[in-house]
Design a protein around this ligand. Structure first.
Ligand SMILES: Cc1cc2nc3c(=O)[nH]c(=O)nc-3n(C[C@H](O)[C@H](O)[C@H](O)COP(=O)(O)OP(=O)(O)OC[C@H]3O[C@@H](n4cnc5c(N)ncnc54)[C@H](O)[C@@H]3O)c2cc1C
Length: 567
């Protein structure tokens, strides 16, 4: 089933749901005119559909391999990556001073979603470079920027992110990799990192690692972490790859999905590196990269979900079974129709939330206003969790719609489900994201959240004139979320954490309801019908979710470890 990029959805959401015109009206993004955005979307769709999408299935069947220390990539991946790099897609959001296109994050997010639909394994490579570029733009010295940013922005070299160690996963503060100063201002980096995505590849002339490590006598925990730039090949006097650095790929993980993305165990053995930002400021610098990647991973979930939806829909329109009316295909059965409609409605909601998030990031960058910054920060964990949960759920239903053929690899439905499964895990597990929402993102007493809820309620008030019933439901759900938010900010952390995931899910349901309500007001009859499906059948989930969110921690521990282990 060929992939078709959902261009009409992007156009509609940009114009009617998230107001991209606000972004292009700012001086910073004045060049992102509607004509340019249209050209970018059309060209990215062509690349994704025609060049990258055909690599997905062969990549799953022919995983990346480590041969004599060289990471041999899946068939066609070198050419696919070259097409992405030569099209300027790695540096689409990067600063034009270093060769980037300087596009808004909203447009970048739509393009990243399309590339993820086409081939998640390959898309991870430019995604990590994008995050690294942003981290270096904000935190590196002018010298490092001049040497590395042009090559990273053009995609000639790629970037990785090295946080995880065997004992330091979610608990990044437990990392042990050491950084010792050399006499020439550089550092010797020693330690092992695990799960490093695209740690190396046979088609890349150089790979630039951003590595978190500890300086001698650094304070314990996250306060004592510094960030280092460690290239595979040290640039020579002309800035080209020179002497090989003391680092290597030890092994590749055998994984449930994204088989074509090499997930590397990396050994740094006194490798030469340079400090990015000041000593012990590594977490702040890495957060720039992680926030970029969190929005990107949310878009990955949506992208894989979109492809799974299209695949399942094609099958459902073709497969004849039972006494279905109309065409006689299974798409006519009420239960199959329920699954497909939920897939479509959730994809629209998740896409709208991700693009709202991206517009907030763009407005924060363009205006420097604290309100936009706070909104972007609030929406980031919601985008990551909801986008990836929708990806997992939609691809799971995609298998179900295929019946037995979904469980047989040959149809390709299973690959989407296996590939999507990593997205709630990496880039900060979804549980950790939800804790971030109820803790750090509520340190303002809920102010950023309340301002979003105020906006939704005032729009719902306006929508009553044409969509009385739908508007009322969105207004009421928002009011319930407001009451729980007021309650939440008064609670002890442990009680907030106990309900963090259901609270985040309820928040996403409400944001999705607001997006669908706008679609009902401004779209055609089909958008109205989809909005009614979402608001009537999916939005009510917020009630159960908010009940769980307020249940507190005590009940979770009422069942002791002995009870859990009792046979
Ligand atoms: C395919 C793949 C690619 C990856 N790519 C990269 C990469 O490029 N660079 C990189 O640095 N890392 C990468 N990772 C690592 C990834 O980010 C981590 O796996 C993830 O952060 C979780 O860490 P962990 O696996 O150690 O799980 P743990 O931290 O051991 O977590 C296990 C479970 O406990 C929960 N948990 C842990 N701590 C808490 C807490 N304080 N409160 C509540 N719940 C908690 C988690 O939510 C999770 O459900 C990758 C991983 C995979 C599998």
């Amino acid at each position: 089933m060929p992939y078709r990029a959902p261009l009409n959805d992007y156009r509609f959401i940009f114009e009617n749901v998230v107001g991209l015109s606000r972004v292009s009206e700012t001086e910073r993004f004045a060049e992102a005119t509607p004509e340019l955005v249209e050209q970018i979307l059309t060209e990215a769709a062509r690349l994704s559909e025609e060049v990258i999408a055909p690599l997905n299935w062969p990549g799953d069947r022919n995983p990346a391999k480590l041969e004599n220390g060289v990471v041999r990539t899946s068939p066609g991946f070198g050419d696919g990556y070259k097409a992405i790099a030569e099209g300027g897609w790695v540096g689409m959001a990067a600063n034009p001073d270093h060769g980037g296109m300087g596009l808004p994050m909203a447009v970048t997010t739509a393009v990243n979603e399309m590339l993820s639909s086409a081939c998640l394994s390959l898309q991870l490579c430019p995604l990590l470079s994008q995050g690294q570029i942003e981290a270096l733009e904000h935190h590196a010295s002018d010298e490092l920027k001049a040497l590395y940013l042009p090559k990273l922005t053009s995609g000639e070299w790629s970037g990785t992110m090295n946080l995880t160690e065997p004992q330091a996963g979610s608990d990044v503060g437990a990392l042990r990799t050491k950084a010792e100063p050399n006499d020439d201002g550089s550092y010797r980096i020693t330690g092992q990192k695990i799960y490093i995505t695209w740690g190396d590849a046979d088609f890349l002339p150089n790979v630039v690692h951003l590595v978190l490590a500890r300086l001698p006598d650094a304070p314990a925990g996250t306060k004592g972490i510094s960030l280092f730039l460690v290239p595979k090949y040290l640039p020579d006097a002309q800035g080209e790859p020179g002497e090989q650095n003391d680092l290597r790929v030890v092994s590749l993980e055998e994984k449930m999905g994204i088989h074509a993305s090499p997930t590397c165990v990396m050994e740094f053995d006194g490798a030469k590196g340079w400090l990015v930002d000041g000593p012990n400021k590594g977490m702040a610098a890495m957060f720039t990269m992680m926030n970029n990647a969190r929005l990107g991973v949310g878009a990955q979930g949506i992208g894989v979900g979109e492809r799974a939806y299209q695949h399942a829909l094609a099958y459902a329109m073709d497969r004849v079974q039972g006494k279905a009316t109309g065409s006689g295909a299974i798409v006519e059965h009420a239960d199959v129709r329920r699954m497909l409609t939920q897939m479509k409605a959730d994809l629209f909601a998740a896409r709208s939330i991700a693009l709202m998030n991206a517009v907030s990031i763009d407005m924060a960058a363009a205006t420097g206003e604290a309100t936009w910054k706070a909104r972007a920060a609030l929406l980031t964990p919601i985008t990551k969790v909801f986008g990836t949960e929708v990806g997992v759920q939609v691809s799971h239903e995609g298998v179900q719609i295929h019946g037995g053929m979904g469980f047989v690899e040959e149809t390709g439905a299973a690959q989407f489900s296996r590939d999507a499964r990593i997205t709630p895990i990496y880039e900060g597990t979804n549980g950790i994201q939800a804790m971030d929402l109820v803790a750090r993102k509520m340190m303002d007493g809920g102010e950023a959240a309340f301002s979003v809820l105020d906006a939704i309620q005032s729009e719902a008030e306006e929508a009553r004139a044409t969509h009385e019933a739908l508007a009322q439901k969105v207004w009421e759900a928002t009011e319930a979320l407001r009451e729980t938010t007021e309650w939440l900010v008064e609670q002890e952390m442990q009680d907030r954490f106990a309900g963090a995931v259901p609270y985040l899910r309820a928040f996403a349901r409400v944001l999705g309801g607001a997006a669908h309500l706008r679609a009902a007001q401004r779209g055609d009859a089909a958008r109205g019908a989809l909005a009614a499906f979402y608001i009537d059948r999916l939005l009510p989930e917020h009630r159960a979710l908010l009940t769980q969110a307020r249940a507190g921690a005590a009940g979770l521990y009422a069942l002791g470890l002995d009870d859990l282990t009792a046979a």
